[in-house]
Write a protein that binds this ligand. Structure first.
Ligand code: ADE
Length: 225
């Protein structure tokens, strides 16, 4: 998989890809992540990427032209499954969307700034608009990092144990059950006996039941879908 990220602040985005699982995935060639600085696609001496809104109103608008140049160059080099715009008015990111996107060959992610991009960017190029939640960030970069993390960890081979992504919270619309490791007892709190029984079908049943009860208590909305 290849991810091209278009941003005015590449330095804000890079560190999540230089540590831990994402770094290993890149080093193992399971994913390529490329950053494109929008200012490299400007044509004036000031490297202008935004301007005032037509019709008045507070906040600057990102210009269509540098974004067009960058996207057009990338599209000439390969085909993209999706060109995604990070925006608070997009579809809310859920596990199912991450699952779908993890099957992509190539995607572009465009990070918005200021008030956002000229509507014609959305009309001409964008195939999916994604929000990471109902709050407003100062730019799309942190959202793009969240989206990339949620996608990349699903690519086969990225997680050590292939099954571990499948047992994440949300994969079956349930939150994950509680998990334990050593010691068997800590400050009076004991690990449930069933986990030492060696009876794996029973352990699996217990986990399913715990996941269900946990979801019913914390996120009953997940059980309604
Ligand atoms: N840009 C600003 N706020 C955002 C959000 N909630 N999700 C994605 N991109 C954003």
């Amino acid at each position: 998989m290849r991810i091209d990220i278009i941003t005015v602040l590449p330095e804000l985005l890079k560190s999540p890809f230089e540590a831990s699982i994402l770094k290993r995935a890149i080093e193992a060639n399971l994913v390529e992540v490329h950053f494109h600085n929008l200012r490299d696609y400007t044509t004036d001496n000031y490297k202008t990427i935004d301007d005032y809104q037509f019709g008045g109103g507070a906040g600057m608008v990102m210009l269509v032209e540098p974004i067009d140049k960058c996207i057009t160059k990338l599209k000439a080099e390969r085909e993209y499954d999706d060109i995604i715009y990070m925006t608070p008015d997009g579809e809310t990111l859920k596990q199912g969307l991450a699952n779908t996107l993890s099957l992509s060959e190539n995607i572009i992610i465009l990070c918005g700034h200021y008030k956002g991009v000229d509507q014609r960017v959305r009309d001409l190029f964008i195939t999916k608009e994604i929000s990471i939640g109902d709050y407003v960030l100062s730019g799309g970069e942190l959202g793009a990092a969240v989206l990339c993390d949620s996608i990349i960890r699903l690519i086969p081979g990225v997680l050590g144990n292939e099954t571990s992504a499948l047992t994440d919270s949300f994969q079956d619309n349930l939150l994950a059950p509680p998990i334990y490791t050593r010691p068997r007892e800590y400050k009076g709190l004991k690990v449930p006996e069933i986990l030492f029984s060696g009876n794996f079908p029973e352990i699996e049943k217990w986990r399913e039941n715990q996941a269900f009860e946990h979801t019913k208590e914390r996120r009953p909305d997940l059980l309604e879908d």
